[in-house]
Design a protein around this ligand. Sequence first.
Ligand code: ADP
Ligand code: ASP
Ligand code: MG
Length: 401
Amino acid sequence: MRILVQKFGGSSVADLECMKKVRGKVLAAREEGYKVVVVLSARYGQTNSLLERAYQWSDEPDLAELDVLLTTGEQESVALFSMLLQDAGVKARSFLGFQIPIVTDDAFGSARIDSISADFIRKAFETYDVIVMAGFQGRTKDMRLTTLGRGGSDTSAVAIAAALGDGTICDIYTDVDGVYTTDPRVCKEAHKMDKVSYEEMLEMASMGAKVLQIRSVEIAEKFNVPVRVRSTFSNDPGTLVTKEDNMMESVLVSGIAFDKDQARVTLCDVQDRPGSAAGIFSKLGDAGIVVDMIIQTASRNGVTDIAFTVSRKDLKRTIEVLESQDCGCSKIESAQSIAKVSVIGVGMRNHSGVASRVFDTLYKAGINVIMISTSEVKISCLINEADLNLAVNTLHQAFEL
Ligand code: ADP
Ligand code: ASP
Ligand code: MG
């Protein structure tokens, strides 16, 4: 039995017209002889509007109830789509995450998959030709519903492909033709890549390219799942996300990603003594706040400034945590109109000079760099959000992408 996993995102299932295009892709796979696991997202905008509603009803919605609410978005999609398939004479059936089951931990809102079995799906294929599975959702071992974090349907799809094994391919259908050198909506010069390595894709996703959820790439790499990113609205072969090969390493920079979900906090005049930073960041860690870039200025008269970035949604809580303890600083400042731009490429490991080219390019474009962080395969700069489009476009040009 040849099985193909096809995942369709929110814009692909937005309305009846779009869903008919999705049906065309599924029928084409059937014609090629595949049994198909179709993984669907909620229709475009639905998850956001459910979230908005929750916050109209409650100032601080219970996270477990929020997940019960959010999973309805995907439930609607799979039921409607199964009807469409059945009308075309396809033996199809919808299943929700808890029926598969996709068992997760109990981190409501961003649950991680603990186990997922392909047995149920293999058995269901004795009766059906297409299984339509709700993305983004699972259940805890105590049978509470969970969601896998924004963009989580990508992870559902890759995880089920990994569980099916045998090199099962996972096609991620979206509203662009594949993975581009940068977001094609921001840079008109961006071009589609035929191939990208798991490692680069992971960096791009981590640095803000939301075309694939980070966790889906982690699972794909771990279980060696071939992932193809393609468009529901064209016949382009898309981008293959796969293992790194020698060719890839010869490319210095392969992409530019950006993230507007950044807020900066500065603690002024922190006592420059052992334990200061540990005290501050352990409290934030205990509160579950993820800190990204950190910078500490040189000591002056026994004090220093410590600045760091967090997700915008965590800013209020970060300040609350900091104010509730004595961080030994004179004042706490914050800024939200900032963004992070990152230059990514596995080829950077063996080449020098990328950082200076990044800084020089930004300088010549009149863009101020607020913070910097680097890894083996990326360089990230924090800049003013107003400069973001210019930064992405000039860097794209400077690295001849
Ligand atoms: P879906 O609803 O199908 O899951 P998403 O909105 O999550 O779609 O992801 C697709 C979007 O990702 C594209 O519309 C594009 O704007 C954005 N994107 C960001 N960076 C890239 C990139 N490097 N290549 C392709 N798309 C990108
Ligand atoms: N519907 C969820 C979201 O909007 C999951 C997904 O689309 O992947 O984040
Ligand atoms: Mg998505």
